[in-house]
Design a protein around this ligand. Structure first.
Ligand SMILES: [Zn+2]
Length: 386
């Protein structure tokens, strides 16, 4: 293994060793990155979360101020609970040219490549800076990077282009879908299960709403088509449901979480609007005949904007040049790229690893992918050299 790659592997082993599941603190990882950068005489700034349990990090190499290229990755990863792993998910393990571990692909592999390249950036006389951006809470709605983005161009430097290194198998991605996440809470009335007519069954009402969401999703699928995306339409999906207390009680409460993944060109409010109409016109009048307390709340929990690179985007142009790719594509998963783009930082998504491995048991990144990413970063260093 060439020296640069052994360094990537060593850094990736350290990063994977920190259990940065989104629900946990990422501060030990941030400490590690800060120390590593400091050992190469690179300073960094922390942007702590409101509760102080997590932090973003921004490090600038080669000058200061606006401009330059941002290399952005999230430090958090998804849980391993309920997954069957062949080896310990937090111990980086090499098997057949693949490095296994939680986050190896999504997206500590990219962060390891960026950190391994930091001394190279530092050694070059860069004509414009490189900014390393590490966020938290990406996997729970891209919330952690937002306070950092809000400060770009104010007290933090605003890069002229940002490469978001999510796993794309090093393909250049210039568009992704939008997420709108909702929680629907159904309030009914409890009753003895031998006398169900005295109650309002919250689970039954929730089931009717879920059925309606399936119909709404099927309608959307028939009325939209954008062949750049797979699937080529917006999707509606229910993720969790909980309700009831015992088998012999008509349940008074049921709630479920659901998401709309919209095409950038679609109206994202169609599904919640249609569900609200169904609730108000069809379901609630029936429920309220039994009790006025019956209610259905449709609560918006989080949104992540779609990403569409601007025409002639500097970030896309740069990524095409660095990878040698001749075309771009679009993806259905969501990243921080849309947030950067909306804040006036042209973004592009390009990073090592296959998205199919992200979030899965036995997540891995292949050595060749890390090698390809290191080659891209070396070309970036050359490109930015005076
Ligand atoms: Zn990711």
């Amino acid at each position: 293994m060439p020296a640069a790659l052994s360094k990537v592997r060593e850094l990736l082993a350290a990063l994977v060793g920190f259990d940065t599941t989104s629900a946990k603190s990422n501060l030990a990882l941030i400490d590690f990155v800060e120390d590593y950068l400091r050992s190469h005489r690179i300073g960094s700034i922390r942007i702590p979360s409101a509760d102080g349990q997590k932090a973003d990090l921004l490090a600038t190499i080669g000058g200061s101020g606006d401009g330059g290229i941002g290399l952005s990755g999230h430090s958090d990863c998804v849980p391993v609970e309920g997954q069957r792993w062949t080896s310990d998910p937090f111990t980086l393990t090499l098997r057949d040219g693949k490095l296994y571990g939680r986050g190896s692909c999504d997206m500590k592999g990219f962060i390891a490549c960026v950190l391994a390249s930091a001394p190279l950036f530092k050694a070059r006389a860069l004509k414009e800076p490189v900014h390393i951006i590490i966020s938290y809470d990406e996997e729970v709605g891209c919330t952690g990077v937002r306070p950092l983005i809000a400060r770009l161009g104010k007290d933090l430097p605003r890069p002229r282009a940002i490469i978001v290194g999510e796993p794309t198998s090093m393909a250049v991605i210039d568009a992704h879908k939008r997420i709108d996440a909702y929680r629907t809470v159904v309030h009914g009335r409890e009753a003895h299960s031998s006398l169900p007519a005295l109650g309002v069954n919250a689970i039954s009402a929730a089931a009717a709403l879920v059925g309606e969401l399936d119909r709404i999703g099927a309608h959307i699928a028939k009325t939209q088509n954008d062949a750049r995306f797979e699937p080529p339409y917006s999707t509606v999906s229910v993720g969790t449901i909980k309700g009831g207390t015992a088998g012999n009680i008509v349940p008074k409460l049921c709630e479920f979480q659901w998401q709309v993944r919209s095409l950038p060109s679609a109206a994202p409010a169609e599904a919640p609007r249609d569900l609200t109409a169904f609730a108000e016109k069809t379901l609630l009048p029936r429920m309220k005949r039994v009790t006025e307390e019956a209610a259905i709340e449709i609560i918006s929990e989080n949104s992540v904007p779609a990403f569409v690179a601007g025409k002639g985007s500097e970030a896309v142009t740069l990524a095409l040049k660095l990878t040698g790719a001749t075309e771009t594509s679009a993806v259905s998963y969501t990243t921080e790229a849309g947030l950067f783009e909306h804040a006036g930082c042209p973004a592009v998504i390009c990073g090592p690893g296959d998205i199919a491995q992200a979030h899965a048991a036995d997540e891995y990144v292949s050595i060749d992918q890390l090698e390809a990413c290191m080659a891209l970063l070396a070309r970036l260093a050359k490109e930015l050299s005076a």
